[in-house]
Design a protein around this ligand. Structure first.
Ligand code: HH2
Length: 280
């Protein structure tokens, strides 16, 4: 029997404990990612990076072949797949949960065929074909809120009440997935930090993490190296936002997050270990 602290994801039943979230390590195979763009745009360096994140203690690997940073142009299907395929092929042999970060149903279908465990869709499975691919698989899903689309989402995000609107949207998506046969035990929700949100929106949502966590099987928090961390710390370069990101990760852990999506696995895990020893 699945409890609230389990996430059914492909070959795995992932469990987390209160204040002990799982760490999802980010591997971007994109020339234009905001945080590590251009450094890892080849198969072998992406695989090497994935290996490093695992050795640092990542519980899940999230592989992306299309940048979703504000202003990013979309990538054609075959170009995205050419980046992802050789990396996914290797990683699914490692006995670690592998997630693919894509908005395209066809990429999802191919990734599932290769044996990927998790579909991470920043578009929240609003494409009917994506719902179908998910429903016909045993994959876990991350359903994220985004206002607008990456190219224009940061132009002027507006909400009457950001927490209610994001929560209502996510609840509606959960409902659609349930009707398609995807139980909530396979789904994590994600407020989508920086996806059509300004700093005040992001902070309001972050402060409601525990409330989001109570709404579904669990909540994933992805703020690593993002602009909101830069705005709070004054750090322009994403590489200089590690300490700020770690602080946010500890806060999210304290609020009951199930999964933290991070670039800096070692720094996050070290901080979590110290903090957990003190709050236990
Ligand atoms: N953020 C990014 C990409 N994918 N997926 C989820 N579920 N939640 C997020 O917050 C999220 C995400 C953007 O960050 P990153 O992957 O570092 O950058 P880029 O999209 O430029 O590759």
């Amino acid at each position: 029997m699945l409890t609230q602290n389990q996430w059914k994801a492909g070959r795995f039943e992932l469990t987390w404990q209160t204040q002990k979230p799982l760490l999802m390590g980010i591997v971007n195979i994109t020339p234009d990612s905001f945080s590590d763009g251009g450094k890892r745009n080849s198969t072998s360096s992406a695989i090497a990076h994935a290996q490093r994140l695992l050795s640092e203690g990542a519980d899940i690997l999230d592989i992306g072949g299309e940048s979703t940073r504000p202003g990013a142009e979309s990538v054609a299907l075959e170009a995205e797949w050419a980046r992802l395929k050789p990396v996914l092929q290797e990683l699914v042999r490692w006995n670690v949960p592998v997630s693919v970060d894509t908005m395209k149903a066809e990429i999802m279908r191919r990734a599932i065929e290769l044996g990927v465990d998790i579909l991470n869709d920043v578009y929240a499975f609003r494409d009917k074909d994506a719902v179908q691919v998910l429903a016909e698989s045993q994959a876990g899903a991350v359903v994220m809120h985004m206002q607008g689309e990456p190219r224009s989402m940061q132009n002027r995000p507006e909400y009457d009440d950001v927490c209610t609107e994001v929560s209502d949207f996510l609840a509606a998506r959960l409902n659609v997935l349930a009707h398609a046969g995807v139980p909530s035990s396979r789904v994590l929700l994600d407020p989508g930090f920086g996806f059509g949100k300004n700093l005040q929106h992001n902070l309001a949502l972050m402060k409601r993490t525990s409330w989001f966590a109570g709404q579904a099987s669990g909540v994933l928090i992805g703020v690593s190296r993002k602009r909101m961390i830069g705005e709070l710390t004054g750090q322009e370069s994403p590489a200089d936002r590690v300490s700020g990101s770690v602080a946010a990760a500890l806060y999210a852990a304290g609020q009951g997050a199930a999964v933290l999506r991070v670039h800096d696995v070692r720094a996050t895990l070290d901080a979590l270990k110290v903090w957990q020893a003190l709050v236990d």
